[in-house]
Write a protein that binds this ligand. Structure first.
Ligand SMILES: Cc1cc2nc3c(=O)[nH]c(=O)nc-3n(C[C@H](O)[C@H](O)[C@H](O)COP(=O)(O)OP(=O)(O)OC[C@H]3O[C@@H](n4cnc5c(N)ncnc54)[C@H](O)[C@@H]3O)c2cc1C
Length: 396
């Protein structure tokens, strides 16, 4: 390139930069002046789209405000308070990419810890608020990666990444009949969102909540639940302690069983039941009630132990990345792929949130929850609850 051409090219670049700068400046001004921030932001996106990639936008935007992003739902922690001896409630202010939720649903929270992105599921504990804030209550698990970080280190001002809300255990459009909520440990969280929603509507149906914890100081929301019970004759709360004696009139001692349920809620068999907690608790609740009650919905926060007798290993071909791996047959494909150093997207690890779902072009898999075999190609195989039975080709 001759000197003259270089000068023309330099002038052209200056012209181009000035043009981009002026368009950016004027759209930023418009976005600031515009009364509707969402409309201003989408104008800005439209203008920037031809000149900036989402990754570049996120990089620079985060220098000004860490919860700004091109399209990723991010949320800033705006408050934190101790919810029990080992749990904290975090109030989060999501950016405009968060699309909302219904009481009873959950979301995936992701944080980068020591260079690795860690994602776990948490339930939303309050109904949607006018200021758009959402809250989660996290119990610190001994040795747990994300729960300990959120309970011990996460501070007001920190920014977390959110996934979309998911979960089927929500209140029906038309509420009728009598209701029974059964919660164990962190299983109280989605049920609390529904209790608060019903209380805000004047408790339109009779509701009993039985809430198990090991000890009194592990109970979350206890005083609020007692206040709601005092304010609404339709609502009764029973705290069940598994490692302490009961002292108060609304306390009982012991694990869930038929006699305890009968003594606390004599018409339990006639109620619509929602149960939430560890896998073993949910399985027991299901075996005690599901066959007799009008409706039974449950969600487990941890899987009951799975016994799978598939031994040996199979070849898994990852079509998109062109790799072939030998993985163990008896474990979930998610765990098996992680053991090989892969990091497929994942969330609840329970088959609820669909984050790990990917296409299966061929091969036989086992659903670890039901034991059923699946040998047809599928577009959304849940890696967290599927194991390989024969050689597989996955769209990964
Ligand atoms: C749909 C859904 C909603 C959830 N909502 C909530 C919620 O609102 N509040 C909340 O505190 N948790 C909730 N959980 C559990 C949460 O997703 C994490 O599993 C939990 O916080 C532990 O994550 P961790 O990274 O700290 O532990 P990890 O590092 O994943 O695990 C560390 C060890 O703890 C064990 N462990 C994992 N989870 C539990 C558990 N729940 N109880 C006992 N031991 C466990 C693991 O087996 C492992 O041995 C929910 C789970 C699901 C599937």
């Amino acid at each position: 390139m001759g000197r003259g051409e270089r000068i023309i090219s330099a002038e052209w670049n200056i012209h181009l930069y000035r043009h981009v700068y002026l368009r950016l400046y004027s759209s930023l001004m418009n976005a600031r002046l515009k009364p509707d921030p969402a409309a201003g932001a989408s104008r800005l996106r439209r203008l920037l789209k031809p000149v900036v990639t989402p990754v570049v936008f996120d990089f620079w935007a985060s220098r000004f405000n860490r919860s700004w992003s091109w399209d990723r739902p991010l949320a800033r922690i705006v408050a934190r308070e101790q919810a029990s001896r080992d749990a904290v409630t975090l109030v989060l202010k999501p950016n405009r990419h968060w699309t909302g939720f219904q009481p009873g649903q959950h979301l995936n929270l992701s944080v980068e810890l020591n260079g690795t992105r860690v994602t776990r599921s948490y339930s939303l504990t309050a109904p949607p608020r006018a200021d758009g804030c959402i809250s989660v209550t996290v119990k610190g698990i001994e040795g747990g990666k994300l729960s300990r970080y959120l309970c011990q280190q996460a501070q007001v001002g920190d920014v977390l990444e959110l996934g979309p809300a998911f979960g089927e255990m929500i209140l029906p459009q038309r509420l009728q009949g009598r209701w029974l909520f059964l919660a164990a440990g962190s299983g109280i969280t989605p049920l609390m969102a529904m209790v608060r929603t019903l209380a805000a509507r004047g408790m339109p149906v009779p509701l009993d909540l039985v809430y198990w914890a090991r000890s009194r100081d592990e109970l979350c929301f206890a005083s609020e639940l007692r206040e709601l019970a005092a304010a609404h004759p339709n609502f009764r709360v029973h705290f069940a302690l598994t490692r302490e004696l009961s002292l108060a009139a609304d306390e009982a001692a012991g694990r869930i069983d038929a006699a305890m349920l009968r003594s606390l809620v004599s018409d339990a068999d006639a109620r619509h039941v929602y149960a939430c907690g560890p896998g073993g608790f949910v399985d027991t609740a299901r075996s005690l009630l599901a066959a007799n009650v009008p409706t039974f919905h449950a969600e487990a926060f941890s899987a009951p132990p799975r016994v799978v007798e598939d031994n040996g290993s199979v070849q898994v071909t990852l079509a998109a990345s062109g790799r072939t791996l030998s993985v163990a047959r008896g474990q979930s494909l998610l765990t098996a792929l992680e053991a090989e150093g892969l990091r497929p997207d994942s969330g609840c690890r329970m088959g609820i949130c669909n984050t790990c779902a990917c296409g299966k072009a061929s091969g036989t898999t086992r659903n670890l929850n039901t034991g059923d075999l699946e040998d047809e190609p599928v577009s959304a195989l849940k890696l967290c609850i599927s194991s390989a039975v024969g050689d597989l080709v996955l769209d990964l």
